[in-house]
Write a protein that binds this ligand. Structure first.
Ligand code: TZP
Ligand code: MG
Length: 210
């Protein structure tokens, strides 16, 4: 199934430091209760088995919420866990091959860090593009040069696909990201790095969630 309206609005990416194993499921559950619309399981320190375990636990916790779960980088983990799809970067192989392996029914996301990459992604089989980093962030130590909100706007305009912005974003950036034309914000620390992920998520769109 392709993306649904509003599904990229508040996209939570997990992190092994900010939402470690013992609290991962509770943090994600709280964040979804606060309005998170999609979840990506991201942990570069564990292998496929670890990702499958985390993903299954989160999927189980989110039954009934309608919130879909994708896995970062690892197609095998995405398929084995029964996730709704995968999110890959530019170093994770050809997105067309990823699409073929996942099949048409799964979500495929692709990270793009430049307008050139965005143009190349138009016919890649991706359902949406992750654009960033918008701002510098400590969460991803090896991130590329920040694109800023102006760079984001240019990339959105070139994309022709649904887009979610990522990198250094918090609730104060909702209007700026929306003005740049992106469909939503992807966030790690502004939700998982807080003591109350539910309240932190709810702060992004206070007009729709009390
Ligand atoms: N890709 C680009 S920036 C980033 C990823 C995974 C990390 C974003 O984390 P934060 O804490 O929301 O800045
Ligand atoms: Mg990757």
């Amino acid at each position: 199934m392709g993306l649904m309206q509003g599904e990229l609005q508040l996209y939570l990416v997990t992190d092994p430091m900010l939402c470690p194993g013992p609290t991962l499921v509770e943090q994600v559950r709280a964040a979804v209760a606060g309005g998170v619309t999609m979840v990506q399981i991201r942990d570069k320190r564990v292998g496929t088995a670890g990702l499958v375990e985390q993903t299954r636990a989160v999927i189980t916790a989110l039954v009934g919420t309608g919130v879909r779960v994708v896995v970062n980088d690892d197609l095998e983990a995405a398929i084995t866990s029964g996730a709704d799809g995968a999110h890959i970067g530019q170093d994770d192989g050809d997105p067309r091959a990823a699409r073929a392996r996942l099949g048409p029914g799964k979500i495929l996301g692709l990270s793009c860090e430049s307008e050139t990459l965005v143009r190349a992604a138009r016919d890649s089989g991706a359902d949406y593009l992750g654009l960033g980093p918008v701002f510098a962030t400590a969460t991803k130590s090896d991130h590329k040069t920040p694109i800023g909100l102006d760079g984001l706007a240019a990339m959105v305009a070139a994309s022709g696909l649904p887009t979610v912005a990522i990198g250094g974003l918090n609730a104060s950036h909702v209007d700026g990201v929306r003005a740049a034309g992106a469909d939503g914000l992807a966030v790690v620390s502004a939700i998982c790095g807080t003591p109350d992920p539910r309240a932190a998520a709810a702060a992004f769109y206070p007009e729709v969630r009390p």
